[in-house]
Design a protein. Structure first.
Length: 317
């Protein structure tokens, strides 16, 4: 009688396991690679077409004579020539741009203090919040027209101020256009800054604040010695954004004055030169001027960042 080994029988009767080889692309499974492509490719195409493409086009325009279509460097001397000839419109534009830039710098500590007021729920913070959050609730263009009516001669507020003896000019925008635009921009823009500050302050550990209160720290001391050092990286970031836009600082000129009453800024000057003065052939010169402004802005921004890093350092908590 012949007997067979049990292990040999199992070897022939049981099916062999087939090893499944999963395809991988760039070290990722196919499904994960397709998912990454689905998320990344649209963003890459958007960057390549709308940013990189426009930058390359602008660079070509900067070195192209708009009349002849030939290579030229004269476009990059346009700004110098205009300033050398004391162009009154361009000088006014730079002057107003500097005012808006200073306004933006001043708004950093003001917005920081207002956000701290809301963060600590100080007296009157609900009323201040109501006043400041009116503009974001209303559509920007509608609020601009409402603001123009508020400071016009037919406004009940202006009539009441004149009745009580306040000496006001006939047309506030015509006499103090830039000042009226700055007030409007402060009212409109302070809420956006507060969101950034309030978000940074909400990350401060409550235990640290409680220990400081137990030690007898006043709200002012807490703000100066605890809050500001802990959110200093955010302060640096917001300040760098302001310095990066030093020559792009502008107000609501388009919706309030359209550049009249000596309220034009450098950005609005570029807008008019490209879209309203198209027949004068300024487009390529304005593009080249933008490149010059960018080169001037870079060292200013880096210098400001170096100075601010000297006053504080990043704190981990």
């Amino acid at each position: 009688m012949v007997t067979e080994n049990t292990s040999d029988i199992k070897q022939y009767t049981q099916p062999k396991k087939v090893k499944v080889i999963k395809r991988r692309i760039l070290g990722l499974p196919v499904n994960q690679f397709l998912m990454v492509c689905f998320c990344v490719v649209p963003a890459f195409l958007h960057l390549a077409i709308f940013w990189l493409g426009s930058q390359v086009t602008a660079l070509i325009q900067g070195f192209t004579d708009q009349e002849t279509g030939l290579f030229t460097l004269k476009n990059y001397t346009f700004l110098y020539e205009q300033l050398k000839n004391s162009d009154p419109i361009l000088i006014t534009a730079f002057s107003n741009t500097l005012k808006y830039f200073v306004k933006g710098l001043i708004m950093i500590p003001v917005g920081l203090f207002v956000a701290y007021m809301f963060y600590k729920k100080m007296f009157g913070h609900m009323f201040v919040r109501l006043i400041l959050f009116i503009p974001p609730i209303i559509m920007g263009l509608m609020f601009a027209y409402s603001y123009k009516f508020l400071i016009s001669d037919v406004s009940p507020v202006i009539k009441w101020l004149k009745e009580i003896g306040v000496n006001l000019p006939q047309d506030l925008i015509a006499h103090n256009g830039t000042t009226m635009i700055i007030i409007f921009d402060v009212w409109m823009g302070i809420c956006g800054g507060m969101i950034i500050w309030f978000g940074a302050m909400s990350r401060i550990p409550e235990e640290l604040v409680e220990y400081a209160i137990f030690d007898g720290v006043t709200p002012v001391q807490e703000f100066v010695y605890i809050t500001i050092p802990l959110i200093w990286p955010t302060v640096v970031t917001v300040s760098m954004l302001a310095f990066m836009g030093i020559f792009g600082a502008t107000g609501s000129v388009l919706v309030l004055t359209q550049g009249q009453y000596k309220t034009t800024t450098f950005s609005y000057w570029c807008y008019e030169a490209i879209y309203k003065l198209e027949s004068f052939g300024f487009q390529n010169k304005v593009v080249a001027t933008g490149h010059v402004i960018a080169l001037v802005t870079l060292p200013i921004t880096l210098g400001a960042r170096w100075i601010m890093n000297k006053f504080g350092s990043e704190v981990e908590f």
